[in-house]
Design a protein around this ligand. Sequence first.
Ligand SMILES: Nc1ncnc2c1ncn2[C@@H]1O[C@H](COP(=O)(O)OP(=O)(O)OP(=O)(O)O)[C@@H](O)[C@H]1O
Ligand SMILES: [Mg+2]
Length: 266
Amino acid sequence: MPEIMPGKIFGFSPSPVRCTCEQAQAFWAEKDREEQQRAAEEAQRKEREAMRARIAKLTRESGIKARFQYRTFDTFQIDKENKKAAGQCKRYADAFNQIMLPTKGHDGTMQPPQKERNGLFMTGGFGTGKTHLAAAIANELIRGGTPVICMTMIDLLAQIKRTFDRGGSATEAEIMRLYQDVPLLIIDDLGSEQPTEWGSTAIFSIINARYESYMPVIITSNYGSGELAERMTPAGSDGKNAKKTIDRLCEVCVGIEMNWPSWRTK
Ligand SMILES: Nc1ncnc2c1ncn2[C@@H]1O[C@H](COP(=O)(O)OP(=O)(O)OP(=O)(O)O)[C@@H](O)[C@H]1O
Ligand SMILES: [Mg+2]
């Protein structure tokens, strides 16, 4: 019969006491690691879900989806000229989640991705398939659950500008954060926008933020790097922002030249 001690309440603790023998310590260390990993994966899944919802909204609002959604690798016809570019893009999409993204180290710091040049810089004449291939990468990744933003430079800037309207659904800071944090940002037709000081500052801050955190970008443009810097420089400006933007892109992107007759006039 247990001794009854007046004034004391005894309760049963549901959390088991861990044995401290060597074998048990190893067992619990492994269990804790698994639990931490599960929690991290769950947090990442939730973060990505929230990001996908934000992207879906953004995509709906700017009408990007209809323009890009049917451009896939399956509908891209391979010929002698475009074979290499198509192969590079397909391999990029296939390897994206394994080697193109930075990883979080044990101490919480961001580690560079396995592939140092984790972006693509696709240049070439009109109608050569740059947007088609960029959209094919986007569609493949989105299908696999990776959030991607694929926008023309003009739409991207317009989207930021819309946040200036009173009653807009997102703040400028939210949109800029999304452009900076999304696993893959594709900027289509860089250099086709009318250059302004505000625009070149906005582009620089997006590219620079992604550059600093090793986040990949894909650029398509009708202009090579030298000409592009000129195109992005507003009249009367020293072009510093444009040059710094292109400089960073050249460092982190693999160049793909697509120079052949336009598919549109075939
Ligand atoms: N190899 C291909 N197979 C099938 N369709 C193609 C191919 N190349 C281009 N196209 C189609 O041709 C059209 C023009 O291609 P796209 O828009 O990708 O060209 P672009 O290089 O981005 O041109 P621009 O510089 O004018 O923006 C699109 O409808 C695209 O789907
Ligand atoms: Mg295009």
